[in-house]
Design a protein around this ligand. Structure first.
Ligand code: BF8
Ligand code: SF4
Length: 680
C-alpha cells in the first residue's frame, strides 16, 4: 500500500511513530481502508486528481462542539454552544454553568440533538416502508402491474398479525386489507402499532409501563420535532422517552412493515451464493450500479436487464451483455432475493465510478453522496436519480412511477446501454472479489436449524444452553470515513466468532465481512471457536449470517423474539445472551436502530464516535440508567476488539443469570479432552 501520509495530513486518529525523542513529530495516517479494491481506486483517484471522501475527511476537521452534541441551533437566537467543561481552568475546577441563551442546559441540548437524529433515522426507514406499503396496496388493487404476491404464506401470517379475518377470502382481498392496514399504521393517531404484539409479553409490558409504546409512526417523529423546538421539552429524561418511542416505531413499525411487505411482494429470502467487491464489474458488459435503499425500482431493473430485447440492444452497442451490481442497501435487497452481486458498501460508491466502467449509477434514496456526480463528471458515467424525493444537480432525472414500473425500468436500462460506447480508455477494474452466502431471513434460519417438519429455534436455543454457541451478536451499520474503512466490522466479527458467538449481519457491515470471506461456510473452521464451528459444520451454515438491508434489522428483532418464545432462555429479549453493535456507524438511521435495540432490551455498543460526550449527565443516562428501564443500554468503544470483549462479557453475564454458564465450561472441558485424546 502506498504511504498516504505523504499526500495528505490526517486530522483524526493521528499516531506517533518512531522512537521517542527521535522523530516523534512525524505522524502517519492510519490506513484509509483494509479493502484492497478500494485502496487501488483511492490511488487511481489520486493519480487523476479526483477528490473522494477519503481525501475530504483529511481537511474537514469535525467541529469539536458539534461532535460532542453541545451545539444548539434550534432557534434564531443561537447557535448556542455549551462545550463540555475543561477539566481545570487555572488549577480550579470549571464550574461555570453551561446554558444556551434560553437557559437550555447542556443535557437538554444534547438530548434534543440525540433524538433529532432518531427522528431523521426513523423517518428515513419509515418513509421507505410507506413507499412499499403504497405500492403493495396499488399492486393488490391491480393498479401496479409487475408487482404481485410472491410469498402467500407470509401474506396470511401478516393478515393474522393484523387481526384480519382470512377465512373464505381471496388472496386479492386479503392483500388489499393488509395493504390498507399497513398504510394506516403510518398515520395512526392512537392506540398501539399492530406489530408490538409480536414482541414477548414482558417486553410489551415494559413499554406500556414506561409510556413508550408507539401510537403511530409519523406521529412519533413529528412529536420529536415539536418537543425539540425552542422552549418545549426541557427534561432530558422525558426527551429520551420520546426518542425511544419514535425508535420503536421504526424497528417494530416502519422498518418491520417495509421488510415484511417486501418479502410478500418479492419473496422471502433463502440462502444463495453470490459475489462481492469491485471485481464483479465487467469490462466487456454494460455495468449498471443500483445504489440506495428501496427495492421497488431495483427489482424491476433486475427484470428489465434480463429482457432479451435489452440484452440484444446491449450487444448491438458492442457489449457482451448487461451486468448488474449493487451498492449500499439496495444491493443487499437484490442480493438477498436474486443473488445480484454486491459491488461494495457505502465508502465504495465513488470508487466504483473510478473504475471507469460504470455506465449508469441508478440511485433512489439515502446514503448517496452528492460527490458521485462530481466523480462521474471525470468519466462517462451517467448518474440517474429516480425519485422526486432525491435529486442531484447535474444528474439525469428519470422519475420512476410504480404504476408503470417496467416502462421506467427499461428506459433506465436503455440509457445505460446507450452510454456504453462513451466509455473512455481510462479503465482499471480491481480484480478483488469474494464469494459469499446470503439470504438468511428469520424464516430460513428457523427452517435450516429446525428442519422442514419442525421449523423452530429449538436447536439454536439448545446449542446456546449446552454452551457450544456462547451467544448471538447483531453487528450492523455503516462505514464512516473517519475510521479505517471496514476494519472495525471485520476485527469485531472475527473476535466474536472466535469466541463462539454467532453473528447476524445487515447493511454495509455485512458487505465488509463478506469481502473478508466471513460469510462462507468454510469460515467456520477457519475463524470460529470449536463449539460454534461444530454447529455451523453440522448445519452447513456460515458463522456469520447475512440477514439483509438496514430495514431488515427488524428480522433480528423477530429472531430474538422467536428465541424467547422457544423457551429455556428467559422470558424477555433482555434475558437472552445477545448483544448488538455498529462499529463504523455514521447515519442517523444507525442511532434509531441502536435505540430500538436498546429499548427492546439489547446491550448495544457503537464505535467511531459518540454524539453526546458533551454531557456527562445524558451519557450516563444512556450508558447506565437505561439498563434499569429497558434491560438494554448503550455503550461506546472505538476499539473493535475491546467492543467485542464488552459484548462477550455481557453475553456471559446473561448466561450466568440464566444459570447456563456451567454448561459452557463443561463443553469446553469436553472439547479439550477430545483434543487431548486425538493427539494422544
Ligand atoms: O441503510 S449501513 S451506510 S447503506 S445507513 Fe447507509 Fe449505513 Fe450503509 Fe444502508 Ni444502513
Ligand atoms: Fe440557543 Fe435555546 Fe435557541 Fe437553542 S433554543 S439556539 S439553546 S436560545
Amino acid at each position: 500500500m502506498a504511504d498516504e501520509s505523504k499526500k495528505t495530513k490526517k486530522t483524526v486518529g493521528k499516531k506517533k511513530v518512531g522512537k521517542e525523542g527521535t522523530d516523534k513529530d512525524k505522524t502517519v495516517s492510519p490506513k484509509k481502508t483494509i479493502c484492497n479494491a478500494t485502496q487501488q481506486m483511492i490511488e487511481k483517484a489520486a493519480r487523476e486528481g479526483i477528490s473522494t471522501s477519503f481525501d475530504r475527511v483529511e481537511s474537514m476537521k469535525p467541529c469539536p462542539i458539534g461532535a460532542e452534541g453541545s451545539c444548539c441551533k434550534n432557534c434564531g437566537m443561537g447557535p448556542c454552544r455549551v462545550p463540555a467543561p475543561k477539566k481545570k481552568v487555572e488549577g480550579k475546577e470549571d464550574t461555570k454553568k453551561r446554558q444556551g441563551i434560553c437557559g437550555a442546559t447542556a443535557e437538554t441540548i444534547s438530548a434534543r440533538n440525540f433524538i433529532r437524529m432518531i427522528a431523521g433515522g426513523a423517518a428515513s426507514h419509515s418513509d421507505h416502508g410507506r413507499g412499499v406499503a403504497e405500492t403493495f396496496l396499488a399492486a393488490a388493487k391491480g393498479e401496479a402491474p409487475g408487482y404481485g404476491v410472491k410469498d402467500e404464506q407470509k401474506l396470511l401470517q401478516i393478515a393474522m398479525d393484523f387481526g384480519i379475518e382470512i377465512e373464505g377470502k381471496s388472496t386479492k382481498t386479503i392483500a388489499i386489507e393488509v395493504g390498507e392496514k399497513a398504510l394506516a399504521e403510518f398515520g395512526r393517531q392512537e392506540g398501539e402499532l399492530c406489530f408490538l404484539k409480536r414482541a414477548p409479553l414482558k417486553r410489551q409490558e415494559i413499554w406500556r409501563k414506561l409510556g413508550v409504546a408507539p401510537r403511530g409512526i409519523d406521529r412519533e417523529v413529528v412529536e420529536i420535532m415539536h418537543r425539540t423546538h425552542m422552549g418545549v421539552d426541557q427534561d432530558y429524561e422525558n426527551l429520551l422517552l420520546q426518542g425511544a418511542r419514535a425508535a420503536l416505531a421504526d424497528g417494530w413499525g416502519g422498518s418491520m412493515l417495509g421488510t415484511e411487505l417486501q418479502d410478500i411482494m418479492f419473496g422471502t429470502p433463502v440462502p444463495l451464493l453470490s459475489k462481492v467487491n469491485l471485481g464483479i464489474l465487467k469490462e466487456d458488459e454494460v455495468n449498471i450500479i443500483i445504489h440506495g435503499h428501496e427495492p421497488l425500482l431495483s427489482e424491476m431493473i433486475v427484470v428489465a436487464a434480463r429482457d432479451p430485447e435489452m440484452v440484444e440492444l446491449a450487444k448491438s452497442k458492442g457489449a457482451k451483455g448487461i451486468n448488474l451490481g449493487g451498492i449500499c442497501c439496495t444491493a443487499n435487497e437484490i442480493l438477498m432475493r436474486h443473488g445480484v452481486p454486491l459491488a461494495g458498501n457505502f465508502l465504495q460508491q465513488e470508487a466504483a465510478i473510478i473504475t471507469g466502467v460504470v455506465d449508469a449509477m441508478v440511485v433512489d434514496v439515502q446514503c448517496i453522496m452528492q460527490s458521485v456526480q462530481d466523480v462521474a463528471n471525470c468519466y462517462h458515467t451517467k448518474i440517474i436519480t429516480t425519485t422526486p424525493k432525491a435529486k442531484i444537480p447535474g444528474a439525469t432525472h428519470m422519475e420512476f412511477d410504480e404504476h408503470d414500473a417496467m416502462t421506467g425500468a427499461k428506459a433506465i436500462v436503455k440509457a445505460a446501454i446507450e452510454n456504453y460506447p462513451r466509455r473512455t480508455k481510462n479503465i482499471d477494474i480491481p480484480s478483488h472479489k469474494m464469494d459469499l452466502v446470503a439470504g438468511f431471513s428469520h424464516e430460513t434460519i428457523n427452517y435450516l436449524l429446525g428442519g422442514m417438519f419442525r421449523a423452530s429455534y429449538r436447536p439454536l436455543n439448545d446449542n446456546i444452553i449446552n454452551g457450544r454457541i456462547r451467544g448471538v451478536a447483531g453487528v450492523v451499520g455503516c462505514n464512516n470515513a473517519r475510521v479505517t474503512h471496514d476494519e472495525g466490522h471485520v476485527a469485531m466479527v472475527k473476535e466474536l466468532i472466535k469466541n463462539d458467538v454467532i453473528v447476524l449481519q445487515t447493511g454495509c457491515s455485512a458487505m465488509a465481512c463478506a469481502k473478508a470471506g466471513l460469510l462462507l461456510p468454510e469460515a467456520a473452521s477457519k475463524y470460529a471457536g470449536a463449539g460454534l464451528a461444530e454447529v455451523c459444520e453440522t448445519v452447513g451454515i456460515p458463522p456469520v449470517l447475512h440477514m439483509g438491508s438496514c430495514v431488515d434489522n427488524s428480522r433480528i428483532l423477530v429472531a430474538a423474539t422467536a428465541m424467547v418464545k422457544d423457551g429455556g432462555l428467559g422470558d424477555d429479549i433482555s434475558d437472552l445472551p445477545v448483544a448488538g453493535a455498529a462499529p463504523e456507524w455514521m447515519s442517523e438511521k444507525a442511532i434509531s436502530i441502536g435505540q430500538y435495540f436498546v429499548s427492546s432490551g439489547v446491550f448495544t455498543v457503537f464505535g467511531a464516535t459518540w454524539p453526546t460526550t458533551g454531557s456527562d449527565v445524558l451519557t450516563k443516562h444512556l450508558f447506565e440508567e437505561m439498563e434499569e428501564m429497558y434491560g438494554g443500554k448503550w455503550a461506546f468503544e472505538p476499539d473493535p476488539i475491546e467492543a467485542a470483549k464488552l459484548m462477550i462479557a455481557h453475553i456471559d453475564s446473561k448466561r450466568k443469570a440464566l444459570g447456563i454458564d456451567k454448561a459452557r465450561e463443561r463443553v469446553l472441558f469436553d472439547m479439550e479432552m477430545r483434543r487431548d485424546l486425538e493427539s494422544a
